[in-house]
Design a protein around this ligand. Structure first.
Ligand code: FES
Length: 114
């Protein structure tokens, strides 16, 4: 991950979350996050973040993030922390423990590369 340079402007968002909502045809061997419910989870996450009054947070839909077998997955930047969120309870934990409190939602994180 790149290192910010002194002349860079400050980040526009404190945390920018990308939720994969890619959908493949039924029966595709990789499956897809949308087929595992990610669109509903994205909608829930956006609504809950607003209800919680989180500021400086942006939650966006994303195309395939190429971790299909690990989905439904999302990633939060600038930290570059990945999560597998299967339920609204998982989303609540990510919102509370990571986005609000600045920690990590233990047990939901996906491993980094290599
Ligand atoms: S379908 Fe979500 S990472 Fe590929």
């Amino acid at each position: 991950m790149g290192t910010p340079l002194p002349a860079d402007p400050p980040p526009y968002y404190a945390t920018h979350v990308f939720v994969c909502t890619n959908r493949r045809p039924d029966g595709h061997p990789k499956g897809s996050c949308a087929a595992r419910g990610s669109e509903r989870l994205r909608d829930y996450m956006k609504a809950r973040a607003k209800e919680m009054g989180l500021v400086g947070i942006r939650i966006n839909s994303a195309g395939c993030l190429d971790r299909c077998e690990d989905g439904p997955c999302l990633v939060a930047y600038p930290e570059g922390v990945w999560y597998r969120a299967e339920t609204t309870a998982d989303i609540d934990r990510i919102l509370t423990e990571h986005l609000r409190d600045g920690g990590r939602a233990a047990g939901l994180g996906l491993p980094g590369r290599g």
